[in-house]
Design a protein around this ligand. Structure first.
Ligand SMILES: [Zn+2]
Length: 355
């Protein structure tokens, strides 16, 4: 660097402290000063002190420095990485911390990266990206889950991932020039793909639904699928913790929720209409084989069992009591069910799912 940056001594002192704190290895104070002085165009701390001795660093000067630092961020980071023998990514972090007000997040994230890899994206995972082949630049060696989500795909949508033709888990750390191939959960559930990722719980599927999916919840419970749902916002953290604890499949149209790492199984619903959502979920998880109509309470998700007709005489309208012979009751909330018109409706829905 030919340009000399004049930094006030008290600022330089502060910067040296910050550098020591964020430097990837232990570094001595004298070496920290030396590096900063070199970076700012002085041969040594002594030369810096000599040249700045009688100087007053004014506001105008600071502004000029700021503009220069922001503009030359990548090149300065590159110099610091050579001067200090650290990686470019580490140098960027150190510089970013030294000049917190001057280097914006935008400048930082737009700066060149150390490494790059290529993603090949298959099947319905292309719903989340612009094109099926993506070059991705990154610093250091991030876990692959974070990189998959950075390109826009929630990890719950990925059924199988290969790195350089080897199956890998989400904890795999990306390396320079890796070639990654992603397959959707659907391909694994169809048994078209081998995997070592969780795609769905081993047992009969049970669900947890995001707040906007009330009608889908009713359908799933009607078909006998254990489904947790609240019609008020429980908060993403609580929903995710419940999904994890009870190994439930999270259904949502919120990408951010599905990116939470403790959610193992989940689906970002492509459809907005409840019946189409039911069809989507049923096809994906092959629900037909598990349907048990009217075994769960639609109101509270508890088991319902048949009850003696006389026991509900005063609990249902008189015309209902005379017209029907079979009554069921929820073991938890005591809601009473009888075979009304909703049975026909349910039959139509089951027929739709089977075709
Ligand atoms: Zn109930």
């Amino acid at each position: 660097m030919t340009k000399q940056l004049f930094i006030a001594p008290h600022t330089l002192k502060k910067q040296a402290k910050t550098l020591i704190h964020y430097w990837p290895q232990t570094i001595k104070t004298t070496r920290a000063y030396q590096l900063l002085c070199n970076l700012y165009g002085f041969s040594s701390l002594h030369q810096y002190q000599k040249q700045t001795k009688h100087m007053v660093i004014n506001h105008y000067q600071s502004q000029e420095n700021a503009a220069y630092i922001a503009e030359q961020f990548s090149s300065l980071a590159n110099q610091l990485s050579h001067l200090g023998d650290i990686s470019f990514a580490d140098a960027k972090v150190v510089l970013y911390k030294i000049w917190p007000k001057y280097i914006s997040n935008k400048t930082y994230s737009a700066s060149p990266k150390e490494h790059q890899c290529t993603f090949f994206i298959n099947g319905e995972l292309t719903d989340f990206v612009q094109q099926p082949k993506i070059s991705y630049a990154f610093d250091r060696f991030p876990a692959i889950k974070d990189s998959i989500e950075a390109i826009g795909i929630p990890h719950t949508e990925v059924g199988a991932l290969y790195v350089n033709n080897q199956l890998q888990p989400f904890t795999y750390q990306l390396n320079n020039n890796d070639v990654i191939t992603l397959y959707p959960v659907r391909d694994v559930l169809n048994q078209h793909q081998a995997t070592n990722l969780p795609a769905k719980p081993i047992s009969r599927p049970h669900f947890i639904l995001d707040v906007h999916l009330g009608r889908l919840c009713n359908y799933l419970r009607m078909l006998g699928f254990d489904t947790l749902y609240w019609n008020h916002d429980l908060g993403d953290a609580k929903l995710a913790a419940l999904a994890e604890k009870e190994q439930r499949i999270m259904l949502s149209r919120d990408l951010g929720l599905l990116k939470r790492s403790n959610i193992k199984f989940g689906r970002w619903l492509r459809n907005r209409k409840p019946l189409l959502q039911l069809k989507e979920v049923s096809t994906l998880y092959n629900l037909k084989q598990y349907i048990e109509p009217f075994s769960l309470c639609i109101r509270c998700n508890s088991k319902i069992t048949s009850v003696d007709k006389t026991s509900v005489k005063h609990l249902v309208p008189a015309d209902v009591y005379t017209s029907f012979t079979t009554f069921n009751q929820c073991s938890h909330c005591q809601q009473i069910y009888w075979h009304g018109s909703h049975v026909d409706k349910m039959k139509t829905i089951i027929h739709m799912l089977e075709n």
